[in-house]
Design a protein around this ligand. Structure first.
Ligand code: ATP
Ligand code: MG
Length: 280
C-alpha cells in the first residue's frame, strides 16, 4: 500500500472564458521512505497538484479526484479543512519563497513553538528543547540566538532552514518540498538540498521534491514524474528516465543539463508528435 495514493486528480479555475483546467487527471503515488521528483516547466501544474492534495488551494479552485488516500484512508471526499486536519501532522510542505512563508510579525522561536503546541503535548520546557534540537538538525548557527530573531533579521538561507525546521517539527511521514531553493543563491541552494537529502535519509520519511532542475533529480530522486501543460507525460525510476527518456519533453529537459549542453540553441519541443494520449 503506498503512503500517498492520488488517482486522476484534476484542477480547474474559473476564467473570463469559462473554466480553465490546469491539471488533467494526474495520478501520483509515493511509498514510505521514497523520494519522488516532479519536474516540468513553469505552469505545468506541479504546485497546483500538491496544493490540491494538501487542501491549500483557494476556494475558487475545482478539485476532483477518484482517490486521494493517505496510509490507505481515502480523504478525497473530505473538505479541504478536514483533509488538512487529518493529514496536517503527517504531511508537511515547504514552499519556494522562504521569507514570504514565514510570518514577519513573530520570531522564529514563536513560529516553531506554535507548531509544536498544535501537534504535540510537550510542555513549554520540552518544546524549547525540541526547537533547539530542530535548529541543530537543520544546521542553524547560534540556535539559541536565532530562536529570538524575526524573519527580516535572517538571510534567505536561514529563513529556509527555519521553514524546514517547522516542517520537520512533528516528524512528518511525507515532506513535500516545492522548489525549496529557487529564491536562494547557488551555494546556499546546494546546502539546503544536501540538508533535505540528509534529513530524508536520517528520518526515513518520504519526500516529494518539485523542481525544474534535472541535476537535483539525478542526485536525490528514486522516481521521477514529468509534467507538461497540466498533464503527466512520463513516469519512471530515475535511472530509466536518464538512460531512456520516452518523451521529447523529457529529452529536452535532459539536454538542458550543463553536461549535455551542446552550445547550440535549446531544442524546441514537438509536443503533439510525442503526446500519446491521457497518461495513467
Ligand atoms: N489561484 C489560481 N487561480 C487561477 N489560476 C491559477 C491559480 N494557481 C495556479 N493557477 C494556474 O495553474 C497553472 C499551473 O500553475 P502551477 O503553479 O501549478 O505551476 P507550476 O508547475 O508549479 O509552475 P512553477 O514552476 O512556475 O512553480 C498555471 O497556468 C497557473 O496560472
Ligand atoms: Mg510551482
Amino acid at each position: 500500500m503506498p503512503l500517498l495514493d492520488v488517482q486522476n486528480l484534476s484542477v480547474s479555475f474559473p476564467t473570463a472564458n469559462g473554466q480553465s483546467t490546469v491539471l488533467h487527471k494526474a495520478s501520483y503515488t509515493v511509498d514510505a521512505g521514497e523520494v519522488l521528483a516532479i519536474v516540468g516547466e513553469s505552469g505545468s501544474g506541479k504546485s497546483v497538484a500538491m496544493l490540491a492534495v494538501m487542501g491549500l488551494l483557494p476556494p475558487t479552485a475545482t478539485v476532483t479526484a477518484d482517490r486521494i488516500a493517505f496510509e490507505g484512508r481515502d480523504i478525497s471526499h473530505l473538505s479541504a479543512k478536514d483533509r488538512r486536519r487529518i493529514i496536517g501532522k503527517d504531511i508537511s510542505m515547504i514552499f519556494q519563497e522562504p521569507i514570504a512563508s514565514l510570518n514577519p510579525c513573530f520570531t522564529a522561536g514563536f513560529q516553531i513553538d506554535e507548531v509544536l503546541k498544535q501537534h504535540t503535548d510537550l510542555d513549554k520546557k520540552a518544546r524549547h528543547a525540541r526547537a533547539l534540537e530542530l535548529l541543530n538538525d537543520v544546521g542553524m548557527p547560534n540556535p539559541e540566538d536565532r530562536l529570538k530573531a524575526y524573519p527580516h533579521q535572517m538571510s534567505g538561507g536561514q529563513c529556509q532552514r527555519i521553514m524546514i525546521a517547522i516542517a520537520m517539527a512533528c516528524s512528518p511521514k511525507l515532506l513535500i518540498a516545492d522548489e525549496p531553493t529557487t529564491a536562494l543563491d547557488v551555494t546556499i541552494q546546494k546546502q539546503i538540498l544536501d540538508l533535505l537529502a540528509r534529513l530524508q535519509a536520517e528520518t526515513g520519511m518520504a519526500l516529494i521534491m518539485i523542481t525544474h532542475d534535472m541535476g537535483v533529480v539525478a542526485e536525490t530522486a528514486d522516481r521521477v514524474i514529468v509534467q507538461y501543460q497540466g498533464r503527466k507525460m512520463e513516469e519512471a525510476d530515475v535511472l530509466t528516465l536518464f538512460e531512456n527518456p520516452a518523451h521529447a519533453y523529457t529529452r529536452a529537459l535532459l539536454s538542458a543539463l550543463p553536461e549535455n549542453a551542446t552550445g547550440d540553441r535549446l531544442p524546441t519541443i514537438d509536443y503533439a508528435a510525442d503526446y500519446t494520449g491521457e497518461q495513467a
